[in-house]
Design a protein around this ligand. Structure first.
Ligand code: FMN
Length: 317
């Protein structure tokens, strides 16, 4: 186990609910935190940008009231995800909002920036940066991130190609700070396995899409329940960066998931309204074979906790 900064210490469960473009929303985040896992939402999900202030007020006030009423079992802290890419023209505004509400954890993606890390530290926040290889991991820590999110192969959204075993063991050769592992984790046993490999936390995304609180269509949730790893396609066509998607949604959009053209990475854009692609083409990781029903976030986290304890008991014999 690493030495963990305040916000990440003593989490009820070693799980971070990862940020999901379009899908994460304050209700999901609040339920994740109340259930004992770090909940997160991309700042870009609040549209227009002014809505972010309302969302941060709602999350902060609801969790503070919950903690007052439940001093023995306080909620886990929450995180806001910032896309640090030149096309994100809202970054400055969104960071200012996070500073105002002293957001405990900032998750940065697609770019490591020293000034941003310093700003977050200025209000006492913790920065976790997501990476898909050891080289980017070094860069992120050199620029002042506190911890890493290792996005291995099989993760939903923009995923890497590295085996989680390779990625974690390379990072642990030089880094003893907080590390979350992501990619196809959908069970409590998977969470324990991530810890056994050297991660502090499991970073779970796709499985949370099939919760009642997630802002996804019923058809999307049902596709997650009915699909498995055979239905996941890895392509860079939709955003310019390679990611994993549900084949049925690609077929429904009139394309052949087995014969997708390559995309031009220079077209990558997070500034304008790029949400349409993600509304129709459903991002999803390979781990959804373990998802058998749509249920509340509280019930799903309770299931993860049960499975985690069962897996630990099994290993201890
Ligand atoms: C639909 C979808 C949208 C995502 N959007 C974002 C995002 O906006 N920002 C981000 O950092 N990661 C995003 N991700 C990646 C997840 O945060 C996380 O790395 C991934 O879901 C973990 O793998 P898993 O889905 O197999 O659990 C997204 C993933 C999915 C499936």
């Amino acid at each position: 186990m690493s030495r963990l900064p305040g916000a990440l210490n003593h989490l009820p469960l070693p799980i971070i609910g990862s940020p999901l473009f379009i899908i994460s929303n304050p209700t999901l985040v609040i339920e994740q935190c109340k259930a004992g896992v770090v909940g997160s939402v991309p700042a870009l999900n609040a549209r227009p940008a002014a809505q972010l202030e309302d969302w941060l007020a709602e999350i902060t006030e609801t969790l503070a009231a919950y903690n007052l009423a439940n001093p023995d079992q306080p909620a886990a802290p929450f995180a806001i995800n910032q896309i640090v890419h030149k096309s994100n023209d809202r970054l400055e505004h969104d960071l200012e909002m996070c500073a105002r509400f002293k957001v405990p954890i900032i998750i940065t993606s697609l770019g490591a920036r020293e000034d941003l890390n310093q700003a977050v530290h200025g209000w006492g926040g913790v920065v976790l940066h997501d990476i898909i290889n050891n080289k980017h991991a070094h860069k992120a820590i050199e620029k002042g991130a506190d911890g890493l999110i290792a996005v291995a192969c099989g993760a939903g959204g923009h995923a890497g190609v590295k085996s989680p075993f390779a990625l974690i063991q390379e990072i642990r050769q030089w880094f003893d700070g907080p590390v979350a592992l992501s990619g196809s984790i959908s069970t409590g046993g998977g969470v324990l396995a991530a810890q056994a490999m050297g991660a502090d936390f499991a970073y779970i995304g796709s499985a949370f899409i099939a919760t009642e609180e997630a802002r996804a269509s019923d058809a999307y949730k049902q596709a997650i329940v009915e699909s498995n790893s055979d239905d996941i396609v890895y392509s860079n066509l939709f955003t310019g960066v390679h990611g994993n998607y549900l084949a049925p949604s690609i077929r429904a959009a009139g394309m052949d998931p087995d014969n997708l053209p390559e995309s031009d990475p220079s077209k990558m854009n997070f500034g304008g309204d790029k949400s349409k692609a993600w509304k129709d083409i459903w991002g999803c990781g390979q781990g959804i074979g373990a998802v058998s029903k749509v249920q509340s976030t509280a019930d799903f986290v309770a299931q993860l906790k049960r499975e985690y304890e069962e897996a630990r008991a099994r290993l201890l014999g």
